[in-house]
Design a protein around this ligand. Sequence first.
Ligand SMILES: [Mg+2]
Length: 361
Amino acid sequence: MRIANITAHPVTLDVNPDIFIQSSLGKHRQSPYVLVRVETKDGHVGHGEATVMPRWSGETQQSAIAAIEELLGPPLKGLDVCDINEAIAIMDREMYANPFTKAAIEMAMWDAWGKTLKQPAWRLLGGARRDLSIPLKISIGAFPPAEAARRVLLAKDRGFKACKVKVGIDVKTDIERVAAVREAVGADFPVGVDSNGGWSESQAVTALPGLERLRVNMIEQPLARWDFEGTARLRRLTPIPIMIDEGIFTEQHAMEAIRANACDIISIYPGKNGGIRRSIRIAELAHTAGLECVIGSNLELDLATSAMLQVAVTIPNLSTRVNHDIIGPFYYMEGVTTPRIRIEDGLAWVPEGPGLGLAAS
Ligand SMILES: [Mg+2]
């Protein structure tokens, strides 16, 4: 089961124009990503996906392909496909950061290993701790109130049972948007907010009374990604659970956030954390500190979405009060795998079948 070859290919898909995402980071209309193929000497193949977005992690389609072909791929050749811990160490030695690029190789190794053993990745990770379908929330972009309300009703019609609303633009229009969504969905539908670090501390403090009145169930990344102290101060001012997303890429970030008492929930997913194994390490660290984890998203295609689902079913502390963003495939008209991830009735299903359960076409 030794690795014979690792190759990377560009894949660019348009986001469905009816439901594209708009946040304090800008518009997301097109996804220039990378597919990775790991081939073993006995002919087994695993696939991974680098869900790269320069505004998010500093990685691009071209940087990921160059990194995989020139730096990360060559030293992994000859390694057993099950030696994932060793592969992570080698990749870290060769190159700093670049988590989405490294995650693509790592998830392709889980896929290839699972396919050689004819077992799904979640079994290799120690087995599922819950149902193989995970409850989702739809993400509503930072649109004018009426448009935000229209979109959440569309999502509700399509089975979603929770949402989060993008905020972090300016407090007045942010609260108007959340109010319009709350009015559209009624009192019992869970509504969170995600500022993507767009608020200053004083803006976030100003927003709290409105968010509490509108019964928001979590505030995601209210402040800049490095500001754990400010986030901790904000947390002390409100009963609404605070979640950190952009601020925690690595285990070290998670440790700092825990020490600063900065959050109630940590958002994790394999791309951001540098692979499935790393997401699980962060979840276990959070669990030890009494925190929950929510699966976040960067508009993944199906392969990286399957990697998120493998994490979701295996970690000890998947949040049951805030639903998950395993929604990437919902935003694309087409995919590059067979089958595609099943997203229905507000749930995402772990695909059946070995490895990540999908074949790339
Ligand atoms: Mg987020």
